[in-house]
Write a protein that binds this ligand. Structure first.
Ligand code: PLP
Length: 402
């Protein structure tokens, strides 16, 4: 077979992505190798997806075992892995019911549609408004870019659906001014991910919950990025002790196999009655078997506690790096979703740091123009953390001296 090159991407792919120049071909744990055999440490986790690293033996086993039994049925039949997974999710969360789909955007579509339909059935068509927050990100479908709080993702795709408003994040007074009895649902990320790794304050989530209750509006938490152990809790809402009515989860749910879910209470689930919504692949047996293996590991004794310990290790090292080089104005986040915000001298240059890190054999992410984001495997070995941070510091030194 002829060797695939990066140039071929530009020949055959729609240009909505501009991937890096290396082509990874193999991963194991928190290490990745490219076509040339060069090794990288993975602090990106495929954008907070590979929660158990690459090629975890239990996930490979789940995939291959199910792969020899049954791949697909569609929802005209149910299947064992889907029901087992739904049971696991409901046993470990506030939720009573689960709808499976294939991505975060699709999970949010289901949540937003359910929010509107529930209000429609229980109050009437006027109660259809959705409140979201500025800087939020909820996916790339037309509904989710419309609900997302970043104008650039909507540009040129108008007209977008109506009845959606945006208020500043962590601003309870703004939410109070906007919410009304016409509000069907409020959607929030407990920690804004793409918007810059900005955690909600405790008072904010508690306050929004109260406002939703006062106005009979549903509260949707988008935990596509913060879910499945990322914060040191199975879901971030558990850290705050504030329960939503609907929660969306994807990314790490399949540990790299595509799956998403919208989960909710019994009180609202009934509004998505037979025929109102669906997805051909939702609840696919392969995806559900892998996802169950992911959740079995993440909910095992001690795993989430270790996420907190690893988080402290990374944050402490970043503080030290900053004492030496003075490049960050804030280091924040929860668990292994960490953002280091560049100070004003380096504003807008997060991409340069990620590029320099790649040169040193480290895969990282940005979260907006000013924040370098860390979303490694939840079980990344300490040795890989230390080696990755050493490579990061080397990249910083090179950038500062260039
Ligand atoms: C909070 C949040 N919601 C939704 C999405 C969209 O998920 P997907 O790309 O799987 O559609 C993302 C993706 O980054 C996200 O971070």
């Amino acid at each position: 077979m002829t060797k695939i090159t990066r140039a071929q991407f530009d020949d055959v792919m729609v240009p909505n992505y501009v991937p890096g120049k290396v082509i990874p071909v193999k991963g194991e744990g928190s290490r990745i190798w490219d076509q040339e055999g060069r090794e990288y440490i993975d602090f990106a986790g495929g954008i907070a997806v590979s929660a158990l690293g690459h090629a975890h033996p239990a996930l490979v086993e789940a995939l291959t075992t199910q792969g020899q039994k049954l791949w697909h049925l569609s929802n005209v039949m149910t299947n064992e892995p889907a029901i087992e997974l739904a049971q696991k999710i409901t046993d470990n969360t506030f939720a009573d019911k689960v709808f499976f789909c294939n991505s975060g955007a699709e999970a949010n579509e289901a949540a937003l549609k359910l929010g509107r339909r529930h209000a429609f059935l229980n109050t009437g068509p006027d109660k259809h408004e959705i409140i979201s927050t500025l800087q939020s990100f909820h996916g790339r479908t037309l509904f989710t870019v419309s609900v997302g709080g970043q104008a650039k993702y909507k540009e040129g795709f108008e007209p977008t659906p109506g009845g959606i408003s945006h208020v500043p994040y962590n601003d309870l007074a703004a939410m109070k001014a906007q919410i009304s009895d016409r509000t069907a649902a409020v959607i929030l990320e407990p920690i804004q991910g793409e918007g810059g790794i900005t955690p909600a304050t405790q008072e904010y989530l508690e306050g929004v919950r109260k406002l939703c209750d006062e106005h009979d509006a549903l509260l949707i938490f988008d935990e596509v990025q913060t879910g499945v152990g990322r914060t040191g809790h199975l879901y971030a809402y558990q850290a705050y002790g504030v329960e939503p009515d609907i929660l969306t989860t994807a990314k790490a749910l399949g540990g790299g196999f595509p799956i998403g879910a919208m989960i909710c209470t019994d009180k609202v689930a009934g509004s998505l009655a037979f025929g109102t919504h669906g997805s051909t692949y939702g609840g696919n047996p392969l995806a559900c078997a892998v996802s169950l293996a992911v959740l079995n590991i993440i909910t095992a004794d001690g795993v989430l506690d270790e996420v907190v310990v690893k988080s402290e290790r990374i944050k402490a090292a970043l503080v030290k790096i900053n004492e030496k080089h003075g490049i960050f104005k804030d280091i924040r986040g929860m668990g292994l979703l960490i953002g280091a915000e560049l100070n004003d001298d380096w504003a807008g240059k997060a991409k340069d740091f990620v590029g320099a890190a790649l040169e040193e054999g480290l895969m990282m992410l940005v979260a907006g123009p000013n924040v370098v984001r860390f979303a490694p495997s939840l079980i990344i070995p300490d040795a890989d953390i230390d080696e990755g941070l050493a490579r990061f510091e080397k990249a910083i030194e090179k950038l500062l001296n260039s």
